[in-house]
Design a protein around this ligand. Structure first.
Ligand SMILES: [Cu+2]
Length: 145
């Protein structure tokens, strides 16, 4: 009941009830963290039918969630780096995949098991500065699967 009210509220608030239908999220999964590891990376592909921007994400399984990219430093070592937003050009499939951009779930509040489903919400801003909250279902998988 609470979820339904939240969805209705989102629709009313953005004044764009069909917007979520214009965004497709596929291949959504969460990499099973090593035991004791406090963070886990989520990967997915987003295709928006209009120019939009991923501005944040959240999950009840994490205390904090960030958008991360990878960068290579002067010594050739790869690092993760938080980025404030991710552009989603119209009609373009934007892939967050291992070795590149990802959504980092931090301060994990639970342990995960392969095959389990973890909820994630993407906050996506349109060019009209309306924000849509897209619920995503992450399947927990082992790296390389
Ligand atoms: Cu990361």
């Amino acid at each position: 009941m609470r979820l339904i009210s939240a969805l209705l509220f989102t629709s009313l608030f953005t004044c764009l009830p069909t917007y979520a239908g214009n965004i497709e999220v596929s291949h959504a999964w969460l990499r099973l963290p090593m035991p004791g590891q406090p963070v886990a990376a989520a990967y997915l592909t987003i295709t928006s039918q209009q120019d939009a921007t991923l501005v944040s994400a959240s999950s009840p399984a994490a205390g904090e969630t960030q958008i991360h990219d990878m960068r290579i430093d002067s010594a050739g070592v790869m690092h993760m780096q938080a980025i404030p937003k991710l552009n989603l050009p119209a009609h373009q499939a934007v892939s967050l995949a291992p070795g590149g951009k990802h959504i980092m779930l931090m301060n994990l509040k639970q342990t995960f098991h392969v095959g389990e489903h973890v909820p994630l919400v993407l906050d996506i801003e349109t060019t009209e500065h309306a924000t849509a909250h897209i619920p995503v279902d992450l399947e927990v998988r082992e790296a390389g699967h």
